[in-house]
Design a protein around this ligand. Structure first.
Ligand SMILES: NC(=O)c1ccc[n+]([C@@H]2O[C@H](COP(=O)([O-])OP(=O)(O)OC[C@H]3O[C@@H](n4cnc5c(N)ncnc54)[C@H](OP(=O)(O)O)[C@@H]3O)[C@@H](O)[C@H]2O)c1
Length: 392
């Protein structure tokens, strides 16, 4: 039986992963599951899958989790260190589906013990791609992309020579505001931003889709994971979210990955890799769909795309600073402290300040440097948020 762990099991990716595992009784031994605040659901999952250990990231919730698990045989643990400890437990396959930079350390611990890492947590690659991939190589651990666009690129590249790739095209739904007049964006509310036209995802990534910060993270992720040069990576708006990405080769061929907007495809591909096994996803009826539309992804409407290009130019610790500033700006927007359109300004000013202070350079990335950059960027971004509130 394959030993599997799911970090972030109570979230949108986590639930989809649990669904696939639960459909294959007898094939998997579940080692660890983790969640944050939703300990009731975490306990339910742990009991249903007979997990060895369930970990909540929130120390205060340990007793509640232990009570829910009482008599089940599943161990209860809590806190960020317990997450890392759980990721060190021997497993063949580990899903990294915690949201934000908090997913980095458990992911690193998983590859250090040689597990195959199914990586939904794009922030790990953005903040510390070089470090994560270096450690994975050193421990002979595979890292498989689970973001739908990167899974699509990965599948289009199977059996191909990466040197023959001319360009990668990432598609973006355009999020909640893709058809709004640009001048109305300043009044967009968190509730409006958290509604996605096609995908059912966690709240934070849904708002990041509306601002295109999600696509910005994916641009950087493509650069880090596949080593594709920034100028070879394009973004187009594709309102139907059926074509997940395209890879263009030097002979002019364009290979597209087409499928329904259901993350169980990308998760299942990573779970079954290198095999393809039947998955419970909708089969597309092309005649009913009728057409596929593509539009320009404007960097004026979505400045996050321009900032991602700046991050790829700066390299080093710029990704860690970018992600931390983005997370701080997102928290401030969700708390109604700043406007939707202020988020890009917070990230841009944070990056500029840290670049001026020479704080983004590094020769060989280490975890301490990444964590320190994350910390400093959050402080800087909070100062920019405070300034915006004073000026308002
Ligand atoms: N959803 C998608 O379709 C999708 C697609 C591609 C990539 N991704 C990426 O996958 C990751 C997860 O996304 P999601 O949409 O599944 O997010 P989500 O629904 O918000 O779930 C996040 C998970 O992380 C846990 N969590 C939150 N804060 C944490 C912390 N500080 N420490 C440890 N655990 C924490 C949550 O626990 P509680 O809920 O119990 O608090 C939950 O289990 C993100 O990096 C996202 O960018 C998601």
């Amino acid at each position: 039986m394959r030993r599997v762990s799911i970090f972030g099991s109570t979230g949108s990716i986590g639930e989809n992963t649990v669904d696939l595992i639960a459909r294959a009784p007898g094939e998997f031994r579940v080692v660890a599951l983790s969640g944050g605040h939703n300990v009731d659901r975490l306990a339910e999952q742990a009991i249903a899958l007979d997990a060895e250990i369930a970990v909540t990231a929130v120390p205060d919730l340990k007793q509640r989790l232990a009570d829910r698990l009482s008599g089940s045989g599943t161990e209860a643990a809590a806190g960020p260190e317990a997450l890392v400890e759980a990721a060190r437990r021997p497993a063949d396959w580990v899903m990294s589906a915690i949201v934000g930079a908090a997913g980095l350390r458990p992911g690193l611990a998983a590859v250090e013990q040689g597990a195959t890492l199914a990586l939904a947590n794009k922030e790990s690659l953005v903040c510390a791609g070089e470090l994560l991939l270096r450690i994975a190589r050193a421990h002979d651990a595979a890292v498989l992309p689970v973001d739908s666009e990167h899974s699509a690129v990965f599948q289009a590249l199977a059996g191909e020579d990466i040197a023959a790739v001319e360009r990668v095209i990432l598609t973006a739904s355009g999020g909640a505001f893709r058809d709004w007049p640009i001048e109305d964006l300043v009044r967009a509310t968190p509730e409006q931003a958290a509604t996605h036209p096609n995908w059912d995802m966690g709240r934070r990534i849904t708002v990041d889709s509306a601002s295109m910060f999600n696509k910005a993270l994916e641009l950087i992720e493509t650069n880090e994971y596949f080593g594709i040069k920034p100028k070879q990576i394009e973004v187009v708006v594709h309102p139907q979210s059926l074509v997940h990405a395209l890879v263009g080769f030097r002979d002019g061929a364009l290979m597209a990955h087409v499928g329904p907007p259901d993350m169980r495809h990308a998760i299942g591909y990573a779970l079954n890799h290198p095999q393809r096994r039947a998955l419970p996803v909708e089969r597309l009826d092309l005649v009913r769909i009728g057409r596929l539309d593509f539009r320009e992804a404007s960097e004026t409407r979505w400045p996050a795309l321009r900032l991602a290009r700046e991050v790829m130019r700066l390299r080093g610790l710029a990704g860690a600073a970018f992600n931390a500033a983005k997370e701080t700006a997102l928290d401030a927007f969700l708390a109604r402290e700043i406007r939707f359109t202020d988020m890009a300004a917070v990230v841009e000013e944070t990056l500029e300040a840290m670049h001026r202070e020479n704080a983004l350079k590094c020769d060989r990335m280490g975890l301490d440097q990444v964590m320190e950059t994350d910390h400093v960027a959050r402080e800087r971004a909070a100062q920019v948020v405070a300034q915006i509130r004073t000026d308002a």
